[in-house]
Design a protein around this ligand. Structure first.
Ligand SMILES: Nc1ncnc2c1ncn2[C@@H]1O[C@H](COP(=O)(O)OP(=O)(O)OP(=O)(O)O)[C@@H](O)[C@H]1O
Ligand SMILES: [Mg+2]
Length: 535
């Protein structure tokens, strides 16, 4: 059978007018671009062939063999192996980028394999040309499915007649079969991996996987969006600010942690997640852990609003009763104290009555805060000369500031003619609340700045301090009535302020860094357009 193929090709060589004494040489080479395109198309085949081929070279221990891989057109796309054999091949111009053509090379196992799709060997005198009588060539076909259809070609093993053995072809056939199996397995694995990624990437939950040393192995884009820290495969999960301690704990003790509320803060956004950290075991030994993050920000904010409104309604009832019960007697007590203070008194009594009066003012303000929280009065809008107004507020607070050894910096970018339409006494209350907080958060000798700017028909009043700052977690709570970190605080100052500004159709924003300071921005429309119904 084999002889028939050889005889057929030999006949053709004679017909081409070839002389056995000629030295054959390939003349056609493809462009570098074409070669690289084929290399990319056959990349997985080339990789696996190289792996198996190099193993085979080692097994053949000392025999000089070299491998050549061609595509379905006989284009040499890869060659590796013994240097001397490859040099001999390149003398015939058989090298990467050359096209094997029968008219140029004569009898060649690779071309017969390509034509008849069978394993074939040409040994010594089988070749047409005398120069090839010292060499042997075994060739096997391959046919491997790829992304763009089936890729066909050949793998050839070239050697010298001295190192030739009949086992070599069997070995090559075996190698091609193993290569096919390996590629199939790779494809299945890849498909499973793609499926896994598709599933993980389409989940609404963030997934982050770490090995037993805590090194990040994989994560999906949801996790990437939730976690503000930079995360990449290969880094330690223990360094992730909010999740690190959880991973450490689960990997250390193998215990799953469920439903942990984790707060992520990044660039002004606050994301709340429920995190499960689940250990991964294999044969009872911990292999790593993964975090599952469910974004519950919306639900959390809704809950917070409900808490606030529940508190508000409770305050409402309480305040209504309190206002009646306390305000009236308080007014008369303050009146009587005032009458007594106007009489001639000994210095001690006058001083004590001064204290009594101060404390009564505090109680009265507290009651007013409650009343504002329960039923904020509708703002009475009047024109306010901004700079004069700000001066009057700061003058009023000067005593408080002096008590804490704090100085005010006035940084007005508003003009003397600029007018704001608003309820002066309510806005004054807001500024006093925020200035008071700033003064209380600052250290002696520090400054609190009040800045005013007008932009897009809005006035912005910025009050900044270099004080203690507010933690990201507390920042989400400062609007809540009764939230306070102070021993004697009521936690009403800011919640009242937010309400008043909201009723004025304005907004308050806060920027704060723990240990560095806080900046409150109060933005109000100059025109004083109010919300239809204050809340
Ligand atoms: N400038 C600031 N620097 C640091 N923390 C602040 C600042 N402003 C507000 N806070 C924090 O916000 C909390 C709530 O402030 P808020 O004014 O509502 O209540 P309070 O000051 O505690 O009590 P009060 O009702 O007497 O004003 C404070 O307890 C404090 O923790
Ligand atoms: Mg306060």
């Amino acid at each position: 059978m084999e002889n028939n193929y050889l005889a057929e090709v030999r006949r053709r060589c004679i017909a081409y007018g070839m002389q056995p004494t000629d030295v054959p040489s390939l003349r056609t080479t493809v462009s570098e671009e074409h070669l690289q395109r084929q290399k990319r198309l056959y990349a997985d085949i080339l990789e696996v062939t190289k792996g198996f081929g190099e193993n085979t070279i080692q097994l053949l221990n000392g025999q000089m063999v070299s491998f050549v891989v061609t595509d379905d057109k006989g284009l040499v796309i890869d060659s590796f192996g013994d240097r001397i054999i490859r040099e001999q091949l390149s003398q015939l111009n058989i090298k990467e980028g050359s096209l094997l053509i029968e008219r140029e090379v004569g009898i060649c196992a690779t071309l017969i394999t390509l034509e008849y799709k069978i394993p074939f060997q040409t040994v010594g005198t089988d070749h047409y040309h005398l120069v090839l009588h010292e060499s042997a060539c075994h060739s096997v076909p391959f046919s491997v499915p790829g992304n763009h259809g089936v890729r066909e070609g050949t793998i050839s093993l070239m050697t010298s007649i001295v190192d030739f053995s009949n086992y070599q072809l069997a070995m090559l056939v075996n190698m091609a079969e193993s290569m096919g199996r390996e590629l199939k397995l790779r494809k299945t694995n890849q498909r499973q991996l793609d499926l896994h990624h598709l599933m993980v990437d389409n989940l609404d939950t963030g997934i982050l996987l770490a090995d037993r040393s805590g090194i990040v192995v994989d994560f999906n884009h949801v996790a990437l969006n939730i976690i503000p820290d930079y995360i990449s495969v290969g880094q330690s999960s223990y360094q992730i600010t909010e999740l690190g301690p959880l991973f450490l704990q689960t990997i250390a003790n193998g215990q799953r942690q469920r439903g942990i509320e984790v707060h992520f803060h990044a660039g002004g956004t606050h994301t709340v997640c429920l995190a499960d950290i689940i250990p991964i075991f294999e044969n009872g030994i911990i292999q790593g852990a993964y975090a599952q993050l469910r974004d519950i920000t919306e639900r959390y904010l809704l809950e917070q609003q409900i808490i606030v409104s529940e508190k508000l309604s409770a305050i409402g009832k309480l305040a209504a009763g309190l206002a009646h019960e306390i305000r009236n007697p308080l007014t008369s007590i303050m009146g009587f104290v005032q009458i007594i203070r106007e009489r001639p008194l000994d210095p001690d009594t006058a001083r004590y009555l001064g204290f009594v009066h101060e404390e009564l003012v505090r109680v009265k303000n507290l009651v007013s805060d409650f009343v504002t929280m329960s039923k904020p009065s509708f703002p009475i809008v009047k024109p306010i000369e901004i700079n004069l107004f700000l001066d009057s507020v700061l003058d009023f607070m000067e005593g408080q500031a002096a008590l804490h050894d704090i100085r005010f910096i006035r940084d007005y970018h508003t003009g003397d003619q600029d007018i704001l339409y608003a309820d002066a006494s309510q806005i004054k209350q807001v500024l006093i609340n925020i200035l008071q907080n700033a003064v209380e958060a600052s250290q002696p000798k520090e400054a609190v700045t009040l800045k005013s700017t007008i932009q897009n028909k809005h006035l912005t009043i910025t009050i900044s301090d270099n004080g203690s700052g507010i933690s990201p977690e507390n920042l989400t709570k400062i609007q809540n009535p009764f939230f306070t970190t102070k021993e004697n605080g009521t936690g009403l100052g800011l919640s009242v302020s937010y309400r008043i500004i909201n009723n004025h159709n304005g907004e308050i924003t806060v920027d704060s860094r723990l240990g560095a300071g806080t900046e409150f921005n109060i933005r109000l429309p100059l025109s004083g357009i109010l919300k239809e119904c204050p809340v």
